[in-house]
Design a protein around this ligand. Structure first.
Ligand SMILES: [Zn+2]
Length: 140
């Protein structure tokens, strides 16, 4: 006789199958769902290292779950734990604000200089074109 692992009731009904094909049961007394002899697979460190690499690629989570043969629920929990364990600044080495401002001011000056040079060139081209047009008109 099957008993509920939660309340020990024997008032159990079959409740379909879970993703791996195992029979699922439902306790009619407490509503608990359970599988007999669950084969909870322990995910190896090697598989976790592979999952970490796969997470950096543009692969769907369902695809990773299928390939590594872990459940999507396990994968989602693993990702949540991984995310929570990451430091807020992601260990980024950011420059201080003063040196960032100095860098931006230098860049700004460079662009202003380039724009001034470009304007000068355009002016010269325009004058030269104007001169050619006048010369051409004088011949007519
Ligand atoms: Zn129960």
């Amino acid at each position: 006789m099957i008993t509920c692992p939660s309340c020990q009731s024997e008032n159990i009904k079959l409740n379909g199958h879970i993703h791996n094909g195992k029979q699922n049961h439902l306790c009619k007394d407490c509503g608990c769902q359970f599988v007999l002899n669950p084969s909870n697979k322990v995910v190896s460190e090697k598989d976790k290292a592979l999952i970490n690499k796969l997470l950096l690629e543009k692969i769907s989570l369902a695809g990773i779950a299928r390939t590594i043969e872990v459940s999507q629920v396990w994968l989602q929990t693993y990702i949540s734990d991984l995310y929570a364990s990451c430091p807020e600044d992601l260990c980024a080495d950011l420059p201080d604000q003063a040196s960032m401002c100095a860098h931006l001011e230098d860049k700004f000056d460079e662009y202003v200089y380039e724009i001034a040079a470009l304007k000068k060139t355009l002016l010269c081209l325009n004058l030269s074109l104007h001169g050619k047009t006048l010369k051409h008109l004088s011949k007519i």
